[in-house]
Write a protein that binds this ligand. Structure first.
Ligand SMILES: [Zn+2]
Length: 200
């Protein structure tokens, strides 16, 4: 039996000052154009549709409940920078699959530092030593959560996935994701439980 999963409210947010910190000549006009653009509308429609299940699936897979009540997602137009989780800043790169894959990845980071759960952060130093690469875990959980949420029909992740792995540029991350995929049976147990079963 799964207890009812409480999920945070997420929504798209825009901060002109934040965008200006990346793009210095970003005018009011650019700002309005970006906010009202078709690509942002399209992204928002899909976000509203899938985010409740996506958030539930992330929590089911990780084994960590959501502690945040609200997660604004600050959108930034495509620039040569990476998205990050705290606060959640999403750079709108690539197609829809890429955007949702990166968004899910950042959401997994947010889920992991849920302040009610100290499993993944500093306080528990011994366990932390044992942790695989956090980026590898986040990528794997984000991919699985999206597959569970939208299914393979919509989520043609293969190409995106390869690109993401190359983009991350770390051989280690790639290897650790493959190793995790082999050893973690996510249908049987969530990631938190899986970690406890790993031999030191
Ligand atoms: Zn990351």
């Amino acid at each position: 039996m799964f207890p009812q999963i409480k999920i945070p409210k997420i929504w798209l947010s825009y901060d002109k000052i934040l965008i200006e910190s990346y793009i210095s000549d970003f005018s009011n006009e650019d700002y309005l154009k970006f906010k009202n653009s078709e690509e942002v509308k399209k992204f928002n429609l899909l976000l509203e549709k899938i985010s409740p299940n996506l958030l539930k699936n992330i929590s089911k897979l990780s084994g960590i409940r959501w502690c945040r009540k609200e997660i604004p997602i600050y959108l930034v137009p495509d620039i040569p920078k990476k998205s990050f989780a705290h606060p959640l800043v999403l750079i709108l790169k690539g197609g829809l699959e890429r955007r949702f894959l990166v968004l899910a990845h950042e959401l997994v980071h947010v889920n992991f530092i849920a302040d009610g759960d100290r499993f993944f952060i500093g306080e528990n130093k011994e366990k932390r030593m044992d942790l695989p690469n956090i980026e590898a875990i986040c990528w794997l959980i984000s991919k699985l959560a999206l597959q569970k949420t939208v299914g393979d029909d919509w989520f043609k992740y293969e190409e995106e996935w390869k690109e993401i792995l190359n983009w991350d540029k770390s051989e280690n991350t790639k290897k650790e994701i493959e190793e995790l995929e082999r050893s973690w049976d996510f249908n049987k147990m969530n990631f938190k439980k899986f970690l406890k079963t790993r031999k030191p």
